[in-house]
Each structure stands twice: as C-alpha cells, then as structure tokens.
Design a protein around this ligand. Structure first.
Ligand code: CS2
Ligand code: MG
Length: 402
C-alpha cells in the first residue's frame, strides 16, 4: 500500500479544528487531528508546506519509520507545532492500518485491558452553591469523576468558570481576552470549595481540580496539604513544569495526587517527573504529544514508575483525538482516567464517530481504525475564524499564567 495524497480540512463548527486526511492507492484513507488551540494555522502550514510533500509514495503501515523521519529528519526537534503536525500524520496512519486490517486501533495496541474508559467531566459555577449544583447535574448523568471549578470571591474571572452558566470553552473568537487573578484570594477559597463538595456528595465520587499552572511550588504545596482531608483524585497543573524539579518540593509536602502535562509535547518534558515519581498522572495528549507512536512509549515508561495516564480531553482536541485516546486508554495497562468535555452537537455532526458515553465510562466502539469520519460538506460551511485563549494578569497588572 502507498500514500497517494494528503490534504487538510480546517474548519470552525463552534470552534477551530485542523484535520489531516491521508489517502492511499487502495482507496483506504485515514484521519488525524492537528488542532493547536489559538495557533491552528501554524500547524496547517507546517503540514502543508513541509510534511505532506514527504509522505507521498510511502508505505502507510510504516508508522515507526515515518514518525522517526518526521521527528529526527527535521533536525529541529520538539515544539507544539512540530509535534502536533507529526501527531496528525501518526493518527491518520494508525487509522489506515486499522481499516486495512479490518480491526479497531485498540487491537493494534494490545487489545482491550478493560471494559470501558473511566472519564471525568467538568462542573463549574460562579460560587460554591452553583458549582455544587453543576456537580449534582453531572452525577445525574452518571459521571463517577468530576472536576470542580468555582468563581473566587473578589476575582473577576477564575479559570474554567464561564459567565452566565455556560459550559466552559477554552477559546474566544477575536483577540485574546484578559482576566485578573489573585493567588491570595484563591488559596484562601479553594479548600472551602472542596470541604463543601465533600459534604454534599459523600466519599465515593472522585473529585478533581485544575490549578492551571497558577501557583508557585510552595503555594501549591500549601494547597495540596489543605485539600488532603477531601481526598481529591488529583490536583492538576499545580505549577508550571518547565522546571520539572519544582514538583519535588510539592511532593515533599503533600499526599494529594498530582497530574500534569497537558501542555507537554515531548516525553522529555515528563522524564524527570516520572522517573522521580513526583507526579501520579501524566496528562499529555495524543495530538500535542506526537501521536499514538510517541505516547505509547511515554506510557510504557510511566508504567515502570506506577504513573498512570490521565489524558487531556478538552473541546480543543477534535473527536479524532478523543477517539485515539479512547482506543489507547482501553488498551494500555497503566490507564488512569480520561478527561471528557463533551463537544457541541454541531461538532459531533461534522465529526460522526463510533465512540459513546454511558454511565461514567466511554467506549471507543468497534469500527475498524479510529472510528471517526468528517462530513466535509458540513465542515465547509464553517470556515476558520481566528480565536485565542485568554491571558491573565495579577491585580497590579503583571502578566501571569492563565
Ligand atoms: C484545561 C483546558 O481541560 C483542561 O484541563 O486545562 O481547558 C485548557 O485550558 C485548554 O485545553 C487550552 O487549550
Ligand atoms: Mg487542565
């Protein structure tokens, strides 16, 4: 089998997505996701100008060699644009492989290790009662694990809490919005949120929380310690991780489990975190981490240190990445949990898919390959629109981590 063509479908049904379609001489094609929130067209240009011309004529089954060719062969290594582009190719090739062998991708990754993929979803509210209402609504939908974010008194817009009770969508059309942040107010407030949540829901529901890189290591250590009585499933992205050693300090002070990695694009971003057991869950995603080929190696390395996966699954990852993550999560042994932030009905219409949600778990479905399609006629009705993630400033105007 040979790759005969590849092309991009960039569309914006409610939000932007970059999708790569690779075609073969046997009529089988595969889809890959290359969406990088707020920087979508950089990945599209990288693929169009620099990657697609090198793919023509290659054997689509050669996932390892093509991955190495695009990674080592570029000379310039890593970076979110490069790794998202490589991931788009890699996903599309695994999709082709599955279709050609008439089997779901999970069978190519070891087969099913579990019945379903445990997922967590998002609850949020302007204040504690509203956040708890949102938790109860998701419990009624059957979720067994829920991330809770709440507005913080005195802070105009906290991370993960949209205005007007809408569900949170991490990008706004137009230029970046700005929000104001107070670590002091947040640190005093967050333990109260989880004290109230535990009282309301009891011990069994898994509660998660995303700090979104906003604390210093010692501040994160304080938060982790104060959250201990409420037994969180995890505290996410407590501090930025460019300096992996920063997590040592957090770890020395708290037994609250730690998850990080949604912004990582290489195994090397997580190497020290994993081998020193400074984290419990690695959140790299198939799209931003270089594809199934790269993540399988990272997950296998993590398994040796009893670190489990907890992949990013926000709405800025397309249904193609969601499908890939579900095939991956059902197959590997050290799966922990998968984030599930449901796409809008319009996104699901543009990307019909075999995966399903039921009672707290997701299932990749049994379609050959990844089991996702794209309705190109519908996609064409929603052209790309520039959109950005917001930026955050401290109360005195200093730019900080959003
Ligand atoms: C978040 C994301 O889902 C998460 O855990 O941190 O919403 C993140 O902000 C976006 O995916 C950024 O594009
Ligand atoms: Mg996050």
């Amino acid at each position: 089998m040979k790759i005969t063509a590849a092309r991009l479908i960039v569309c914006s049904p409610d939000r932007n997505f970059v999708t790569l379609r690779i075609e073969t001489d046997e009529g089988i094609y595969g889809l890959g996701d290359g969406t990088l929130n707020g920087r979508e067209l950089a990945v599209a240009a990288y693929l169009e100008e620099h990657v697609i011309p090198c793919l023509i004529g290659r054997d689509p089954f050669a996932t390892e060699d093509i991955w190495q060719y695009l990674y080592r062969g570029a000379y310039w290594r890593r970076g979110p644009v490069t790794m998202s582009a490589i991931a788009a190719v890699d996903m599309a090739l695994w999709d082709i492989k599955g279709k050609a062998l008439n089997t779901p991708v999970y069978n190519l990754l070891g087969g099913k290790s579990r019945q379903g993929v445990l997922v967590y979803t998002h609850a949020n509210g302007a204040d504690i009662p509203a956040a708890l209402d949102s938790v109860k609504k998701h419990m009624d939908e059957g979720y067994l694990a829920i991330r809770v974010q709440s507005g913080v008194p005195g802070v105009s817009s906290a991370y993960g809490v949209p205005k007007g009770g809408k569900s949170y969508e991490p990008a706004e059309r137009g230029l970046p919005g700005e929000s104001l942040w107070s670590t002091e107010k947040y640190l005093n407030f967050a333990p109260k949120l989880f004290e109230a949540a535990r009282k309301e829901v009891g011990e069994d529901l898994h509660l998660l929380h995303d700090v979104h890189h906003r604390l210093t290591p010692i501040e994160a250590a304080r938060l982790g310690k104060e959250l201990e009585p409420y037994h969180l499933f995890w505290m996410e992205d407590p501090t930025p991780a460019e300096n992996q050693e920063a997590f040592r300090l957090i770890r020395e002070h708290t037994v609250t489990p730690i998850a990080t990695g949604e912004v990582f694009n290489s195994f090397w971003d997580a190497h020290d975190l994993i081998r020193n057991q400074w984290i419990d869950y690695i959140r790299m995603t198939i799209v931003h981490g270089g594809g199934i080929t790269a993540l399988k190696k990272a997950a296998d390395f993590a398994a040796v240190y009893q670190v489990r996966t907890g992949f990013h699954g926000a709405t800025d990852l397309s249904p193609v990445t969601m499908a890939a993550a579900l095939h991956f999560g059902i197959a590997i042994h050290n799966f922990g949990i998968q984030e599930h932030m449901p796409h809008t009905p319009l996104v699901d219409e543009v990307f019909p898919h075999a995966y399903t949600y039921d009672s707290g778990y997701m299932y990749p479905g049994d379609a050959p390959g990844l089991g996702v399609e794209i309705d190109e006629a519908k996609a064409a009705k929603y052209p790309y629109q520039r959109a950005y993630l917001p930026v955050a400033r401290k109360m005195d105007g200093t730019l900080t981590d959003w």
